[in-house]
Design a protein around this ligand. Structure first.
Ligand code: ADP
Ligand code: XUL
Length: 543
Protein backbone atom coordinates (compact mmCIF):
# COMPACT_ATOMS: atom_id res chain seq x y z
CA UNK A 1 0.00 0.00 0.00
CA UNK A 2 1.35 3.45 -0.93
CA UNK A 3 1.25 5.77 2.01
CA UNK A 4 1.66 9.37 0.96
CA UNK A 5 1.00 11.34 4.10
CA UNK A 6 1.39 15.09 4.47
CA UNK A 7 1.35 17.15 7.63
CA UNK A 8 -0.01 20.69 7.99
CA UNK A 9 0.59 22.65 11.19
CA UNK A 10 -1.14 25.85 12.24
CA UNK A 11 0.09 28.02 15.09
CA UNK A 12 -2.87 30.33 15.60
CA UNK A 13 -3.68 32.79 18.36
CA UNK A 14 -5.18 30.28 20.76
CA UNK A 15 -3.87 26.90 19.67
CA UNK A 16 -1.47 24.82 17.64
CA UNK A 17 -3.17 22.33 15.31
CA UNK A 18 -1.79 19.49 13.23
CA UNK A 19 -3.73 17.88 10.37
CA UNK A 20 -2.40 14.74 8.71
CA UNK A 21 -3.76 14.01 5.25
CA UNK A 22 -3.64 10.85 3.19
CA UNK A 23 -3.08 12.13 -0.34
CA UNK A 24 -4.31 8.98 -2.06
CA UNK A 25 -7.54 8.84 -0.12
CA UNK A 26 -7.87 12.63 -0.39
CA UNK A 27 -8.86 13.00 3.20
CA UNK A 28 -7.64 14.10 6.55
CA UNK A 29 -6.89 11.09 8.71
CA UNK A 30 -6.03 12.79 11.97
CA UNK A 31 -6.21 16.19 13.53
CA UNK A 32 -5.30 17.41 16.99
CA UNK A 33 -5.03 20.80 18.68
CA UNK A 34 -2.93 21.92 21.63
CA UNK A 35 -4.76 24.73 23.40
CA UNK A 36 -2.30 27.25 24.84
CA UNK A 37 -4.34 28.30 27.90
CA UNK A 38 -5.45 24.80 28.88
CA UNK A 39 -2.51 22.61 27.89
CA UNK A 40 0.31 25.00 28.80
CA UNK A 41 -1.09 26.81 31.88
CA UNK A 42 2.43 27.64 33.11
CA UNK A 43 2.57 30.40 30.47
CA UNK A 44 -0.48 32.09 32.02
CA UNK A 45 -1.94 33.30 28.72
CA UNK A 46 -5.57 34.29 28.26
CA UNK A 47 -6.88 33.20 24.86
CA UNK A 48 -3.24 32.61 23.96
CA UNK A 49 -2.07 36.16 24.67
CA UNK A 50 -0.91 38.69 27.25
CA UNK A 51 -2.86 41.96 27.16
CA UNK A 52 -1.64 45.16 28.82
CA UNK A 53 -1.85 48.93 28.53
CA UNK A 54 -5.64 49.10 28.29
CA UNK A 55 -5.77 46.52 25.52
CA UNK A 56 -3.24 48.27 23.29
CA UNK A 57 -0.24 46.03 23.89
CA UNK A 58 -0.82 42.39 23.01
CA UNK A 59 2.03 39.88 23.06
CA UNK A 60 2.43 36.12 23.10
CA UNK A 61 5.24 33.76 24.05
CA UNK A 62 7.46 32.17 21.39
CA UNK A 63 8.73 29.58 23.87
CA UNK A 64 5.14 28.49 24.43
CA UNK A 65 4.70 27.88 20.70
CA UNK A 66 7.78 25.64 20.78
CA UNK A 67 6.49 23.69 23.76
CA UNK A 68 3.15 23.32 22.00
CA UNK A 69 4.94 21.83 18.99
CA UNK A 70 6.59 19.19 21.16
CA UNK A 71 3.29 18.45 22.93
CA UNK A 72 1.62 17.94 19.57
CA UNK A 73 4.36 15.60 18.33
CA UNK A 74 4.28 13.65 21.62
CA UNK A 75 0.54 13.17 21.09
CA UNK A 76 1.26 11.82 17.59
CA UNK A 77 3.71 9.31 19.08
CA UNK A 78 1.28 8.37 21.84
CA UNK A 79 -1.37 7.29 19.35
CA UNK A 80 1.16 5.65 17.03
CA UNK A 81 0.69 7.90 14.02
CA UNK A 82 2.98 6.65 11.26
CA UNK A 83 5.17 9.76 11.19
CA UNK A 84 7.79 7.93 9.14
CA UNK A 85 5.37 7.92 6.17
CA UNK A 86 5.03 11.70 6.10
CA UNK A 87 6.53 12.89 2.83
CA UNK A 88 6.44 16.62 3.51
CA UNK A 89 5.41 19.15 6.13
CA UNK A 90 4.38 22.77 5.88
CA UNK A 91 2.92 25.22 8.31
CA UNK A 92 0.72 28.19 8.92
CA UNK A 93 0.75 30.80 11.61
CA UNK A 94 -0.99 33.92 12.81
CA UNK A 95 0.30 36.75 10.63
CA UNK A 96 2.40 39.84 11.46
CA UNK A 97 3.83 38.66 14.85
CA UNK A 98 7.62 38.97 15.18
CA UNK A 99 10.27 36.96 17.05
CA UNK A 100 13.61 38.58 17.98
CA UNK A 101 16.69 36.34 18.28
CA UNK A 102 20.35 36.70 19.15
CA UNK A 103 23.35 35.33 17.24
CA UNK A 104 23.31 31.98 19.06
CA UNK A 105 19.93 30.95 17.59
CA UNK A 106 21.20 29.21 14.49
CA UNK A 107 24.19 27.51 16.13
CA UNK A 108 21.92 26.14 18.87
CA UNK A 109 19.45 24.83 16.29
CA UNK A 110 22.28 23.06 14.49
CA UNK A 111 23.30 21.07 17.55
CA UNK A 112 20.02 20.29 19.30
CA UNK A 113 20.17 17.31 21.67
CA UNK A 114 17.17 15.02 21.23
CA UNK A 115 17.41 13.85 24.86
CA UNK A 116 16.46 17.32 25.99
CA UNK A 117 13.40 19.45 25.29
CA UNK A 118 13.53 22.12 22.61
CA UNK A 119 12.39 24.81 25.05
CA UNK A 120 15.20 24.09 27.53
CA UNK A 121 17.78 24.45 24.77
CA UNK A 122 16.52 27.61 23.11
CA UNK A 123 15.35 29.51 26.17
CA UNK A 124 18.26 31.98 26.00
CA UNK A 125 18.07 32.93 22.34
CA UNK A 126 15.40 35.63 22.59
CA UNK A 127 16.37 39.31 22.66
CA UNK A 128 12.72 40.11 23.26
CA UNK A 129 11.11 37.64 25.64
CA UNK A 130 7.60 38.05 24.29
CA UNK A 131 6.42 38.65 20.73
CA UNK A 132 4.07 41.44 19.66
CA UNK A 133 1.23 39.83 17.71
CA UNK A 134 -1.52 40.84 15.31
CA UNK A 135 -3.82 42.03 18.13
CA UNK A 136 -1.36 44.74 19.21
CA UNK A 137 -2.39 48.32 18.43
CA UNK A 138 0.33 50.26 20.24
CA UNK A 139 2.31 51.60 17.26
CA UNK A 140 0.19 54.46 15.92
CA UNK A 141 3.15 56.86 16.19
CA UNK A 142 5.48 54.49 14.34
CA UNK A 143 2.83 53.95 11.64
CA UNK A 144 2.67 57.71 11.09
CA UNK A 145 6.46 58.01 10.98
CA UNK A 146 6.92 55.23 8.42
CA UNK A 147 3.99 56.41 6.29
CA UNK A 148 5.38 59.92 6.28
CA UNK A 149 8.85 58.73 5.22
CA UNK A 150 7.29 56.68 2.44
CA UNK A 151 5.49 59.73 1.04
CA UNK A 152 2.01 59.30 2.52
CA UNK A 153 -0.74 56.71 2.51
CA UNK A 154 -1.17 56.19 -1.21
CA UNK A 155 2.49 55.61 -1.92
CA UNK A 156 2.80 53.33 1.15
CA UNK A 157 -0.10 51.23 -0.15
CA UNK A 158 1.29 51.09 -3.68
CA UNK A 159 4.72 50.10 -2.38
CA UNK A 160 3.84 47.54 0.32
CA UNK A 161 0.26 46.45 -0.50
CA UNK A 162 -1.20 48.08 2.63
CA UNK A 163 -1.24 51.32 4.50
CA UNK A 164 0.89 51.15 7.68
CA UNK A 165 -1.10 49.24 10.30
CA UNK A 166 -0.42 49.03 14.04
CA UNK A 167 -0.09 45.23 14.02
CA UNK A 168 2.18 45.00 10.96
CA UNK A 169 5.73 43.85 11.60
CA UNK A 170 7.51 47.01 10.33
CA UNK A 171 5.86 49.43 12.79
CA UNK A 172 6.37 46.86 15.57
CA UNK A 173 10.08 46.53 14.73
CA UNK A 174 10.41 50.32 14.68
CA UNK A 175 8.84 50.56 18.15
CA UNK A 176 11.33 47.97 19.47
CA UNK A 177 14.26 49.82 17.90
CA UNK A 178 13.10 53.12 19.46
CA UNK A 179 12.28 51.79 22.91
CA UNK A 180 14.86 49.02 23.37
CA UNK A 181 17.79 50.21 21.33
CA UNK A 182 20.41 47.92 22.94
CA UNK A 183 18.20 44.87 22.55
CA UNK A 184 17.61 45.82 18.93
CA UNK A 185 21.40 45.99 18.41
CA UNK A 186 21.77 42.55 20.00
CA UNK A 187 19.17 41.09 17.66
CA UNK A 188 20.72 39.12 14.80
CA UNK A 189 17.56 37.92 13.16
CA UNK A 190 13.92 38.94 13.22
CA UNK A 191 11.49 36.24 12.18
CA UNK A 192 7.77 36.18 11.56
CA UNK A 193 5.94 33.54 13.63
CA UNK A 194 5.78 31.46 10.44
CA UNK A 195 9.49 31.63 9.59
CA UNK A 196 10.46 31.16 13.26
CA UNK A 197 8.60 27.84 13.53
CA UNK A 198 9.78 26.87 10.09
CA UNK A 199 13.38 27.43 11.32
CA UNK A 200 12.83 25.17 14.32
CA UNK A 201 11.80 22.25 12.10
CA UNK A 202 14.57 23.01 9.62
CA UNK A 203 17.38 23.33 12.18
CA UNK A 204 18.59 26.64 10.74
CA UNK A 205 17.19 30.06 9.79
CA UNK A 206 14.31 29.70 7.36
CA UNK A 207 13.32 32.29 4.74
CA UNK A 208 10.08 34.28 4.93
CA UNK A 209 7.55 33.49 2.21
CA UNK A 210 6.10 36.17 -0.09
CA UNK A 211 2.55 35.67 1.18
CA UNK A 212 3.26 36.32 4.85
CA UNK A 213 6.07 38.76 4.01
CA UNK A 214 3.43 41.06 2.50
CA UNK A 215 2.01 41.65 5.99
CA UNK A 216 5.06 43.54 7.21
CA UNK A 217 5.04 46.93 5.41
CA UNK A 218 8.61 45.98 4.39
CA UNK A 219 8.22 43.95 1.19
CA UNK A 220 7.66 45.57 -2.17
CA UNK A 221 4.34 44.12 -3.29
CA UNK A 222 5.25 44.20 -6.99
CA UNK A 223 8.84 42.95 -6.98
CA UNK A 224 8.35 40.75 -3.88
CA UNK A 225 11.76 41.86 -2.56
CA UNK A 226 12.65 43.77 0.59
CA UNK A 227 12.01 47.43 -0.19
CA UNK A 228 15.07 49.45 0.78
CA UNK A 229 13.04 52.64 1.34
CA UNK A 230 10.62 50.82 3.63
CA UNK A 231 13.52 49.20 5.52
CA UNK A 232 15.22 52.59 5.98
CA UNK A 233 11.97 54.15 7.17
CA UNK A 234 11.63 51.42 9.81
CA UNK A 235 14.96 50.82 11.56
CA UNK A 236 18.72 50.96 10.83
CA UNK A 237 20.52 47.98 9.34
CA UNK A 238 17.26 46.08 9.14
CA UNK A 239 18.14 44.21 5.95
CA UNK A 240 20.93 42.40 7.83
CA UNK A 241 18.47 41.15 10.43
CA UNK A 242 15.81 39.83 8.05
CA UNK A 243 15.87 36.38 6.45
CA UNK A 244 15.62 36.23 2.65
CA UNK A 245 12.23 36.15 0.93
CA UNK A 246 11.10 33.16 -1.15
CA UNK A 247 8.02 31.87 -2.96
CA UNK A 248 5.45 30.14 -0.80
CA UNK A 249 5.83 26.86 -2.66
CA UNK A 250 9.57 26.50 -2.21
CA UNK A 251 11.17 23.57 -0.43
CA UNK A 252 13.44 24.83 2.35
CA UNK A 253 15.19 21.53 3.10
CA UNK A 254 14.68 18.36 5.11
CA UNK A 255 13.64 17.96 8.72
CA UNK A 256 16.22 18.55 11.45
CA UNK A 257 17.85 15.43 12.97
CA UNK A 258 16.35 16.42 16.34
CA UNK A 259 12.87 15.44 15.13
CA UNK A 260 14.12 12.35 13.32
CA UNK A 261 15.77 11.01 16.48
CA UNK A 262 13.06 12.03 18.89
CA UNK A 263 9.82 11.48 16.93
CA UNK A 264 10.98 9.10 14.20
CA UNK A 265 10.19 11.27 11.20
CA UNK A 266 11.92 9.99 8.05
CA UNK A 267 15.25 11.82 7.57
CA UNK A 268 14.23 12.83 4.03
CA UNK A 269 10.91 14.43 5.10
CA UNK A 270 10.71 17.59 3.00
CA UNK A 271 9.92 20.95 4.55
CA UNK A 272 8.00 23.54 2.58
CA UNK A 273 8.19 27.16 3.66
CA UNK A 274 5.56 28.19 6.21
CA UNK A 275 3.10 30.95 5.48
CA UNK A 276 0.42 33.06 7.18
CA UNK A 277 -2.91 31.61 8.30
CA UNK A 278 -4.95 33.59 5.80
CA UNK A 279 -2.86 32.61 2.74
CA UNK A 280 -2.97 29.00 3.94
CA UNK A 281 -6.73 29.18 4.38
CA UNK A 282 -7.04 30.44 0.82
CA UNK A 283 -5.71 27.05 -0.28
CA UNK A 284 -7.44 25.01 2.45
CA UNK A 285 -10.76 26.37 1.35
CA UNK A 286 -10.03 26.07 -2.35
CA UNK A 287 -9.89 29.69 -3.48
CA UNK A 288 -7.45 29.29 -6.33
CA UNK A 289 -9.54 30.99 -9.00
CA UNK A 290 -11.38 34.29 -9.31
CA UNK A 291 -14.95 34.98 -8.26
CA UNK A 292 -15.16 33.33 -4.88
CA UNK A 293 -14.61 34.83 -1.48
CA UNK A 294 -14.23 33.50 2.04
CA UNK A 295 -14.92 34.50 5.59
CA UNK A 296 -12.74 33.12 8.35
CA UNK A 297 -14.39 33.33 11.76
CA UNK A 298 -11.52 32.56 14.14
CA UNK A 299 -10.05 34.73 16.87
CA UNK A 300 -9.96 37.40 14.18
CA UNK A 301 -12.67 37.58 11.53
CA UNK A 302 -11.32 38.02 8.04
CA UNK A 303 -12.89 38.44 4.62
CA UNK A 304 -10.65 37.47 1.74
CA UNK A 305 -10.52 36.58 -1.92
CA UNK A 306 -8.03 35.34 -4.48
CA UNK A 307 -6.77 38.04 -6.86
CA UNK A 308 -5.27 37.17 -10.21
CA UNK A 309 -3.96 40.72 -10.57
CA UNK A 310 -2.53 43.11 -8.05
CA UNK A 311 -5.40 45.38 -6.96
CA UNK A 312 -4.74 47.50 -3.88
CA UNK A 313 -7.30 49.27 -1.68
CA UNK A 314 -6.46 52.96 -1.87
CA UNK A 315 -8.98 53.76 0.87
CA UNK A 316 -6.39 52.20 3.18
CA UNK A 317 -8.59 49.67 5.01
CA UNK A 318 -7.72 46.48 3.17
CA UNK A 319 -4.54 44.57 2.42
CA UNK A 320 -3.01 42.75 -0.47
CA UNK A 321 -0.95 39.73 0.53
CA UNK A 322 0.71 37.14 -1.66
CA UNK A 323 -1.26 33.98 -2.44
CA UNK A 324 0.55 30.64 -2.11
CA UNK A 325 -0.16 30.03 -5.81
CA UNK A 326 2.21 32.91 -6.62
CA UNK A 327 -0.67 35.34 -7.27
CA UNK A 328 -2.31 37.72 -4.78
CA UNK A 329 -5.09 37.81 -2.24
CA UNK A 330 -7.13 40.73 -0.91
CA UNK A 331 -8.05 40.75 2.75
CA UNK A 332 -9.86 42.78 5.38
CA UNK A 333 -9.27 41.91 9.04
CA UNK A 334 -11.46 42.57 12.09
CA UNK A 335 -10.14 42.20 15.60
CA UNK A 336 -13.60 41.93 17.16
CA UNK A 337 -14.28 38.39 15.95
CA UNK A 338 -14.78 35.38 18.21
CA UNK A 339 -13.61 37.12 21.37
CA UNK A 340 -16.30 39.81 20.90
CA UNK A 341 -18.95 37.12 20.39
CA UNK A 342 -17.68 35.42 23.53
CA UNK A 343 -18.01 38.68 25.50
CA UNK A 344 -21.77 38.63 24.91
CA UNK A 345 -22.06 34.86 25.37
CA UNK A 346 -20.24 35.08 28.71
CA UNK A 347 -21.98 38.25 29.89
CA UNK A 348 -25.27 36.32 29.85
CA UNK A 349 -23.73 33.00 30.84
CA UNK A 350 -24.88 31.24 27.68
CA UNK A 351 -23.69 28.13 25.89
CA UNK A 352 -23.18 28.40 22.13
CA UNK A 353 -26.35 26.33 21.78
CA UNK A 354 -28.37 28.84 23.77
CA UNK A 355 -26.72 31.70 21.89
CA UNK A 356 -27.74 30.11 18.58
CA UNK A 357 -31.29 29.51 19.75
CA UNK A 358 -31.66 33.22 20.47
CA UNK A 359 -30.35 34.05 17.00
CA UNK A 360 -32.94 31.70 15.54
CA UNK A 361 -35.81 33.19 17.49
CA UNK A 362 -35.14 36.90 17.10
CA UNK A 363 -36.18 38.96 14.06
CA UNK A 364 -33.76 40.04 11.32
CA UNK A 365 -33.14 43.75 11.88
CA UNK A 366 -33.34 43.25 15.67
CA UNK A 367 -36.30 45.67 16.04
CA UNK A 368 -33.89 48.44 15.07
CA UNK A 369 -31.37 47.75 17.85
CA UNK A 370 -27.91 48.44 16.45
CA UNK A 371 -24.50 47.86 18.02
CA UNK A 372 -21.03 49.08 17.07
CA UNK A 373 -19.10 46.14 18.55
CA UNK A 374 -15.73 47.54 19.60
CA UNK A 375 -15.10 45.31 22.62
CA UNK A 376 -11.42 45.48 21.71
CA UNK A 377 -9.58 48.12 19.69
CA UNK A 378 -10.72 47.61 16.08
CA UNK A 379 -8.65 47.44 12.91
CA UNK A 380 -11.43 48.17 10.39
CA UNK A 381 -12.68 50.79 10.90
CA UNK A 382 -9.76 52.02 12.99
CA UNK A 383 -10.86 52.34 16.62
CA UNK A 384 -8.01 52.62 19.12
CA UNK A 385 -10.13 53.07 22.25
CA UNK A 386 -12.49 50.14 22.72
CA UNK A 387 -16.12 50.99 23.44
CA UNK A 388 -19.40 49.26 22.65
CA UNK A 389 -22.00 51.67 21.30
CA UNK A 390 -25.65 50.66 21.49
CA UNK A 391 -28.49 52.41 19.65
CA UNK A 392 -31.98 51.69 21.01
CA UNK A 393 -31.09 49.21 23.77
CA UNK A 394 -28.70 48.70 26.68
CA UNK A 395 -26.18 46.16 27.87
CA UNK A 396 -28.75 44.22 29.93
CA UNK A 397 -30.96 43.31 26.98
CA UNK A 398 -30.05 39.65 26.49
CA UNK A 399 -31.74 38.94 23.16
CA UNK A 400 -30.98 42.39 21.77
CA UNK A 401 -27.26 42.01 22.48
CA UNK A 402 -26.92 38.50 21.09
CA UNK A 403 -28.47 39.43 17.77
CA UNK A 404 -26.87 42.88 17.65
CA UNK A 405 -23.28 41.65 17.91
CA UNK A 406 -23.69 39.18 15.04
CA UNK A 407 -25.60 41.58 12.78
CA UNK A 408 -23.06 44.32 13.49
CA UNK A 409 -20.11 42.11 12.60
CA UNK A 410 -21.50 41.12 9.20
CA UNK A 411 -22.90 44.55 8.37
CA UNK A 412 -19.47 45.99 9.06
CA UNK A 413 -17.84 43.25 7.03
CA UNK A 414 -20.13 43.92 4.07
CA UNK A 415 -19.53 47.66 4.35
CA UNK A 416 -15.75 47.51 4.51
CA UNK A 417 -14.97 44.67 2.12
CA UNK A 418 -16.48 46.19 -0.98
CA UNK A 419 -13.15 46.81 -2.71
CA UNK A 420 -12.23 43.11 -2.64
CA UNK A 421 -15.66 41.78 -3.48
CA UNK A 422 -16.58 40.92 -7.01
CA UNK A 423 -20.14 39.98 -6.01
CA UNK A 424 -19.23 36.36 -5.34
CA UNK A 425 -21.82 33.72 -6.06
CA UNK A 426 -20.79 31.92 -2.96
CA UNK A 427 -18.83 32.71 0.19
CA UNK A 428 -16.84 29.94 1.83
CA UNK A 429 -16.78 29.89 5.63
CA UNK A 430 -14.03 28.60 7.89
CA UNK A 431 -12.68 29.06 11.45
CA UNK A 432 -14.03 28.00 14.85
CA UNK A 433 -17.30 29.93 14.64
CA UNK A 434 -18.14 28.57 11.18
CA UNK A 435 -19.56 25.48 12.92
CA UNK A 436 -22.42 27.73 14.01
CA UNK A 437 -25.19 27.54 11.42
CA UNK A 438 -27.26 30.35 12.93
CA UNK A 439 -24.33 32.73 12.66
CA UNK A 440 -23.77 31.67 9.05
CA UNK A 441 -27.48 32.15 8.27
CA UNK A 442 -27.26 35.78 9.35
CA UNK A 443 -24.10 36.22 7.27
CA UNK A 444 -25.90 34.69 4.25
CA UNK A 445 -28.87 37.04 4.70
CA UNK A 446 -26.70 40.14 5.08
CA UNK A 447 -24.45 39.33 2.11
CA UNK A 448 -27.50 37.98 0.23
CA UNK A 449 -25.30 35.13 -0.98
CA UNK A 450 -24.94 31.37 -0.42
CA UNK A 451 -22.48 30.48 2.33
CA UNK A 452 -20.66 27.15 2.14
CA UNK A 453 -19.70 25.48 5.39
CA UNK A 454 -16.97 22.84 5.44
CA UNK A 455 -16.38 19.81 7.60
CA UNK A 456 -12.79 20.85 8.36
CA UNK A 457 -12.95 24.19 10.18
CA UNK A 458 -9.19 24.63 10.43
CA UNK A 459 -8.60 25.41 6.79
CA UNK A 460 -5.22 26.98 7.59
CA UNK A 461 -3.71 23.67 8.78
CA UNK A 462 -5.40 21.85 5.91
CA UNK A 463 -4.05 24.43 3.46
CA UNK A 464 -0.54 23.87 4.83
CA UNK A 465 -0.89 20.11 4.34
CA UNK A 466 -2.16 20.62 0.77
CA UNK A 467 0.67 23.05 0.00
CA UNK A 468 3.20 20.51 1.20
CA UNK A 469 1.71 17.83 -1.07
CA UNK A 470 1.77 20.16 -4.08
CA UNK A 471 5.44 21.09 -3.58
CA UNK A 472 6.37 17.47 -2.91
CA UNK A 473 4.78 16.21 -6.14
CA UNK A 474 6.13 19.14 -8.12
CA UNK A 475 9.61 18.13 -6.93
CA UNK A 476 9.06 14.58 -8.17
CA UNK A 477 7.87 16.00 -11.54
CA UNK A 478 4.39 14.59 -10.97
CA UNK A 479 2.91 18.07 -11.34
CA UNK A 480 -0.54 18.57 -9.84
CA UNK A 481 -2.62 21.57 -10.83
CA UNK A 482 -3.73 23.75 -7.89
CA UNK A 483 -7.39 23.82 -8.82
CA UNK A 484 -7.47 20.08 -9.39
CA UNK A 485 -5.68 19.41 -6.12
CA UNK A 486 -8.01 21.49 -3.97
CA UNK A 487 -11.18 20.49 -5.77
CA UNK A 488 -10.54 16.75 -5.39
CA UNK A 489 -9.93 17.29 -1.78
CA UNK A 490 -12.88 19.56 -1.08
CA UNK A 491 -15.39 17.50 -3.07
CA UNK A 492 -14.90 14.64 -0.68
CA UNK A 493 -15.56 16.79 2.37
CA UNK A 494 -19.06 16.98 3.65
CA UNK A 495 -20.22 20.50 2.99
CA UNK A 496 -23.41 22.33 3.70
CA UNK A 497 -24.79 25.29 1.77
CA UNK A 498 -26.67 27.96 3.65
CA UNK A 499 -28.97 29.92 1.38
CA UNK A 500 -29.93 33.53 2.04
CA UNK A 501 -33.55 34.21 2.83
CA UNK A 502 -34.31 36.69 0.02
CA UNK A 503 -37.30 37.95 1.99
CA UNK A 504 -34.86 39.90 4.18
CA UNK A 505 -32.63 41.40 1.52
CA UNK A 506 -34.39 44.80 1.39
CA UNK A 507 -34.38 45.01 5.19
CA UNK A 508 -30.66 44.34 5.38
CA UNK A 509 -29.93 46.83 2.58
CA UNK A 510 -31.73 49.50 4.56
CA UNK A 511 -30.11 48.40 7.80
CA UNK A 512 -26.67 48.65 6.20
CA UNK A 513 -27.43 52.28 5.48
CA UNK A 514 -28.46 52.96 9.07
CA UNK A 515 -25.40 51.05 10.36
CA UNK A 516 -23.17 53.18 8.15
CA UNK A 517 -24.76 56.34 9.57
CA UNK A 518 -24.26 55.12 13.15
CA UNK A 519 -20.61 54.37 12.38
CA UNK A 520 -20.03 57.73 10.79
CA UNK A 521 -21.80 59.49 13.70
CA UNK A 522 -19.49 57.87 16.24
CA UNK A 523 -16.22 57.80 14.33
CA UNK A 524 -16.34 60.68 11.89
CA UNK A 525 -18.57 63.32 13.50
CA UNK A 526 -21.34 62.45 11.03
CA UNK A 527 -24.93 63.55 11.67
CA UNK A 528 -27.22 61.98 14.28
CA UNK A 529 -28.55 58.69 12.85
CA UNK A 530 -31.59 58.54 15.15
CA UNK A 531 -34.18 59.68 12.61
CA UNK A 532 -32.93 57.10 10.08
CA UNK A 533 -33.10 54.38 12.71
CA UNK A 534 -36.65 55.40 13.63
CA UNK A 535 -37.69 55.34 9.97
CA UNK A 536 -36.17 51.86 9.67
CA UNK A 537 -38.16 50.69 12.71
CA UNK A 538 -41.34 52.23 11.30
CA UNK A 539 -40.86 50.54 7.95
CA UNK A 540 -40.14 47.04 9.24
CA UNK A 541 -41.39 46.69 12.80
CA UNK A 542 -44.26 49.12 13.57
CA UNK A 543 -47.02 47.18 11.97
P1 ADP B 1 -7.86 30.72 15.87
O1 ADP B 1 -7.44 29.75 14.80
O2 ADP B 1 -7.89 32.13 15.41
O3 ADP B 1 -7.11 30.57 17.16
P2 ADP B 1 -10.31 29.18 15.75
O4 ADP B 1 -10.57 29.27 14.29
O5 ADP B 1 -9.85 27.90 16.31
O6 ADP B 1 -9.36 30.36 16.24
O7 ADP B 1 -11.65 29.62 16.49
C1 ADP B 1 -11.73 29.67 17.88
C2 ADP B 1 -13.01 30.36 18.26
O8 ADP B 1 -14.13 29.63 17.74
C3 ADP B 1 -13.24 30.40 19.76
O9 ADP B 1 -12.70 31.59 20.32
C4 ADP B 1 -14.76 30.32 19.89
O10 ADP B 1 -15.31 31.57 20.27
C5 ADP B 1 -15.27 30.03 18.48
N1 ADP B 1 -16.29 28.96 18.46
C6 ADP B 1 -16.14 27.65 18.68
N2 ADP B 1 -17.35 27.02 18.61
C7 ADP B 1 -18.29 27.96 18.33
C8 ADP B 1 -19.71 27.97 18.12
N3 ADP B 1 -20.43 26.85 18.19
N4 ADP B 1 -20.31 29.15 17.87
C9 ADP B 1 -19.61 30.28 17.79
N5 ADP B 1 -18.27 30.35 17.96
C10 ADP B 1 -17.62 29.21 18.23
C1 XUL C 1 -4.64 39.24 9.25
C2 XUL C 1 -4.60 39.19 10.74
C3 XUL C 1 -5.17 38.01 11.45
C4 XUL C 1 -4.04 37.11 11.93
C5 XUL C 1 -4.51 36.12 12.98
O1 XUL C 1 -4.13 40.41 8.72
O2 XUL C 1 -4.09 40.06 11.39
O3 XUL C 1 -6.08 37.31 10.65
O4 XUL C 1 -3.42 36.48 10.86
O5 XUL C 1 -5.29 35.14 12.53
Amino acid sequence: MIMDYFLGLDCSTQSLTGILIDFNKKKSIYSYSVNFDKDLPQYKTQNGVYISNGGKVVHSNPLMWIEALELLFSKFIQINLPLEHIKAISGSSQQHGTVYLNSSFESILKKLDSDKTLASQIINVFTRKTSPIWMDSSTTKECEEIRHKLGGMESTIKKTGSNTFERFSGPQIRKFFKQNYDDYLNTSVIHLVSSFLSSILLGKNSPIDHSDGAGMNLMNIETKEWDQKALDATAPNLRLKLPPLISSYEITGTISPYFVEKYKFAPNTLLITWSGDNPNSLIGIGLTTKGRAAISLGTSDTYFAYLKQLNVDLSGEGHVFGAPTGDYMGLVCYKNGSLAREKIRDRFDLTWKEFSKILKNTPPGNNGKIMLPYFFPEIVPLVLKPYVYRFGFDENDLKGNVRAVIEAQFLSMKLHSEWVREEPEEIYATGGASTNLEILQIAANIFNTNIRQFEVTNSAALGAALRSSKSYYDSTKKIVDWTELVSHYLEIQKNVIIKPNRKHSALYNDMLDVYKKCESFVLKDGGDPEQYRKDFIKKYFDK
